[in-house]
Design a binder for this molecule. Structure first.
Ligand code: ZN
Length: 79
């Protein structure tokens, strides 16, 4: 019997619940064995890997955190 599952608001059809289980187990295995940091990247020298930098507030009342543009908020750049 086919299985119909809603994933990210999109209905997805599997041939059987065993196929769905195998797919979920495969995704979990890939998640568990993914490297913690992307290979061939270094911490962003602008924000030091913090993902945000302090910029002057528009109203002139101090500094506010803003997304670091060189790394696009990831904290890492290509080596
Ligand atoms: Zn950065």
């Amino acid at each position: 019997m086919a299985a119909l599952v809603i994933e990210d608001t999109i209905p997805v059809r599997y041939e059987s619940w065993q196929d769905w289980r195998a797919q979920k187990a495969k995704e979990a295995y890939e998640r568990a064995h993914r490297p913690l940091v992307e290979p061939e990247t270094i911490p962003c020298p602008t924000c030091w890997g913090q993902r945000r930098i302090w910029v002057a507030a528009a109203n002139g009342e101090g500094l506010i955190p803003s997304i670091c543009h060189p790394c696009l908020g990831t904290g890492r750049v290509r080596a």
